[in-house]
Design a protein around this ligand. Structure first.
Ligand SMILES: CC(=O)[C@@H](O)[C@H](O)COP(=O)(O)O
Ligand SMILES: NCC(=O)COP(=O)(O)O
Length: 245
């Protein structure tokens, strides 16, 4: 069964809005794990708009499922990840002022840079995942720099799901098949939701982990966090259980 890693960026957004510690990010992360999350994902951005670097240190002390730290590998990020040594680091090529992640790496053009980063983190025993578009050439480039996994950037799938889900998922199936052939681990994330998750998981071969945050937190406003996590897990249940919702 594909593992669900809950991205808690948006919990931190709410916390930061009032300057206090409500909601308590550590408590929410522990509750997400108690509700069934199989991982916790955070994306500390340079402007600390939501996840702060101190949050990462605090969460590292208590998270017992897989801790996944995502981000653009600037010096501060590299130092943080090497200090924390999470289960996984996901390298994302975001610009400092990006409103959100909006593209994968050009793993061919940035091969030397990525290879050095992969070597740095793998030397500390950290699994490395590289955020890429659903493009076989980028998948092959990721393999060439020695990464353990790739994470497919799924915004284009989500954006076109409603109009034609078969066409929307097709590039991701091809990219996943190439990753499978190359022996790369396969993650996916960005704009996955209760609407589009089950079909993606059914269609994309070898998927190991999805990291989901924005839609899940929005859904939790209506359904509650525990119920929402269970609904997302049911979308990933291939044993014939009820649909996610
Ligand atoms: C890498 C990715 O697609 C998301 O995990 C990203 O971290 C979301 O960032 P925001 O929560 O800042 O939109
Ligand atoms: N890597 C994707 C992630 O962690 C969450 O993305 P989103 O669900 O907030 O779009």
């Amino acid at each position: 069964m594909t593992r669900l890693s809950v991205n808690i960026n948006k919990i931190a957004t709410i916390r930061n809005a009032r300057g206090g510690n409500n909601p308590d990010l550590v408590k929410v992360a522990l509750d997400c794990e108690r509700f069934g999350a199989q991982g916790i994902t955070v994306h500390p951005r340079p402007d600390e708009r939501h996840i702060r670097y101190q949050d990462v240190l605090d969460l590292h002390e208590v998270v017992t499922t897989e801790f996944n730290i995502e981000g653009n590998p600037d010096e501060r990020f590299i130092e943080l990840v090497k200090r924390v040594k999470p289960a996984q680091v996901t390298l994302v090529p975001d610009a400092v002022d990006a409103i959100t992640s909006n593209a994968g790496w050009d793993t061919i053009r940035h091969a030397d840079h990525l290879r050095k980063l992969v070597d740095t983190f793998k030397a500390d025993g950290i699994r490395v995942s590289i955020f890429v578009d659903a493009d076989e050439r980028m998948v092959e480039g990721a393999k060439a720099v020695g990464t353990d996994r790739i994470e497919l950037y799924t915004e284009p799938y989500a954006a076109h799901y409603a109009e034609n889900r078969e066409a929307a998922v097709a590039p991701f199936v091809r990219a996943a098949q190439r990753a499978n052939q190359l022996g790369l681990g396969l993650n996916a994330g960005h704009d996955l939701s209760l609407e589009n998750l089950r079909f993606f998981d059914e269609q994309v071969p070898g998927l190991e982990e999805v990291s989901i945050g924005h839609a899940l937190v929005c859904d939790a406003l209506y359904f509650g966090l525990e119920n929402t996590i269970q609904m997302y897990l049911r979308c990933l249940d291939r044993t014939g259980g009820p649909a996610g919702f």
